[in-house]
Design a protein around this ligand. Structure first.
Ligand code: ATP
Length: 256
């Protein structure tokens, strides 16, 4: 049984199939990448797997159990977490507080607003806050940002913000992490740091589903690649197969 199984997933927007009957699986500790030209449906597929969009057809299974259409909080409690293509960091909070927002969700604490209210006013929540704080510091250590815990997130470099997002996504203790363009906008050094972090996390048994435009990074990291073009899966396989696949080459060169 696969950790994640995506089975014939489709979604239509105004009669147009943004994703059309896409299937693939992710096993524990595996890095699977979704690639394809702009508009191929990669983020839309992510949004269905992570519970943001309800598919028009098809199923999402975690550990063999159907979770299609389950909300992101429920998926987080079952071990699925994600980051977003555009940074979702709270710039005016500290680095540590940003990760603590993720811990609060993991503890089933509900909304971010509730967490802030807890943090600021309610004595009963202090024990939870202390535990979250320790866990968050450990996660910051994990992504190499522990020294910056007390800084305002707004003061971080772009690459550091990308790693902060990964730390926050790890706060829910996922077994499957969806990373939407983790290296977008990063320079070569920052990309290498993210690259190393992804490999280390997978080495610890975390499964990773990756959307990324940096093909060198995709080829370096992936165990398996799924190629989308105009919503349809046109190829899948290990990097060495994909890089020489005629349909993939044609799709990237716009030859259709
Ligand atoms: P990129 O690499 O540029 O990020 P992508 O492969 O992630 O592209 P998507 O963003 O998933 O592609 O978009 C796939 C298609 O679905 C596009 O044609 C897009 O315009 C359409 N689409 C995505 N979300 C919506 C929406 N909420 N409403 C209508 N159309 C949408």
């Amino acid at each position: 049984m696969s950790l994640l199984q995506v089975d014939g997933l489709s979604i239509h927007f105004g009669g147009i199939a943004a994703v059309n009957a896409v299937s693939f699986a992710v096993e524990a500790g595996e890095i699977v990448s979704i690639i394809g030209p702009n508009g191929a449906g990669k983020t839309t597929l992510f949004n269905m797997v992570s519970g943001l969009y309800r598919p028009s057809a098809g199923r999402v299974l975690l550990d063999g159990q159907e979770v299609t259409g389950a909300p992101p909080e429920a998926l987080a409690r079952r071990g699925l977490s994600r980051t977003f293509q555009n940074l979702q960091v709270f710039q005016q909070m500290t680095v540590l507080e940003n990760v603590m927002t993720g811990c609060h969700l993991a503890e089933g604490g509900g909304t971010l607003g509730g967490w802030l209210a807890d943090l600021l006013h309610l004595p009963a929540s202090r024990a939870v806050t202390r535990a979250s704080r320790e866990r968050s510091l450990a996660l910051l250590e994990r992504v190499g940002l522990a020294d910056l815990a007390g800084r305002d997130a707004g003061a971080l470099s772009y690459g550091q913000l990308k790693r902060l997002e990964i730390a926050r996504a790890l706060a829910t203790t996922p077994r499957l992490l969806l990373l939407d363009e983790p290296a977008a906008g990063c320079n070569a050094v920052e990309t290498q740091e993210i690259d190393d972090l992804i490999l280390a996390l997978a080495g610890e048994g975390l499964a990773i589903l990756l959307v990324e435009h940096d093909m060198k990074m995709v080829m370096r990291l992936s165990n398996h690649i799924v190629v989308l073009d105009r919503g349809t899966r046109i190829a899948e396989g290990p990097p060495e197969t994909i890089i020489n696949h005629p349909e993939v080459i044609a799709a990237y060169l716009g030859g259709h």
